[in-house]
Design a protein. Structure first.
Length: 202
């Protein structure tokens, strides 16, 4: 028996014909020791970050800082840039062993152009067994008519030897096309890690 909605066959004989939110790998950057910034700019180095997809996901794997006690961050840019766009954000986090929730309004951005910390409630340590990891999800960066919403979740091994989980949401306050994203530690370089960019669709 087929499942049909509004004249479109969704399921027939066990086959699903609707979009399932497949991830298409667009670009993978393996970060070498001493890297200051990691840029993903549409049209540069095989990066696609436009209206090809309505949704993009950056996955950050084993991000290790060269300096101890620093925050991994990101920013957005327009017009071929990867920084400087106006943003509003809110963030909170939780950590163990204290089993506490943390919110600090002073870490939020309010119509500001500064960087967004992926780990706003606590820094990332540089011991050999410490790193940061997570994702950044961006919606409609290629739209010329709506603001650009985003959401990130980032876990890390804090320099004080405890684990943290950070949640951030916000929007880029522009109807101009957002063309790029920059990742970096707020101080010092990135020592190791991988960032993958995916388009969501299909």
């Amino acid at each position: 028996m087929a499942v049909i909605s509004n004249g479109t066959t969704l399921i027939d004989a066990g086959a699903i014909s609707v979009g399932t939110g497949n991830l298409t790998l667009i670009k993978s950057i393996d970060i070498s020791s001493g890297t200051g910034t990691i840029d993903f700019i549409d049209g540069s180095s095989s990066v696609v970050f436009d209206n090809t997809y309505d949704e993009y996901i950056f996955k950050m794997i084993n991000i290790h800082p060269a300096s101890d006690g620093v925050n991994f961050s990101y920013d957005f840019g327009t017009g071929g840039a990867s920084t400087g766009a106006t943003k509003t954000t809110t963030a909170w986090g939780t950590y163990h062993p204290s089993a506490a929730l943390a919110y600090d309004g002073g870490k939020d951005l309010a119509q500001a152009t500064g960087i967004i910390k992926l780990d706003p409630q606590g820094d990332t340590g540089s011991d050999s067994d410490q790193c940061g990891f997570g994702f950044l999800q961006v919606f409609n960066p290629g739209s010329g008519s709506v603001v650009k919403n985003f959401y990130s979740r980032f876990g890390n091994d804090q320099s004080g030897d405890y684990v943290m989980d950070h949640f951030t949401a916000g929007y880029v306050n522009t109807t101009t096309i957002v063309t790029g994203v920059r990742f970096k530690f707020h101080s010092g370089n990135t020592d190791d890690g991988t960032i993958n960019l995916y388009g969501v669709g299909g």
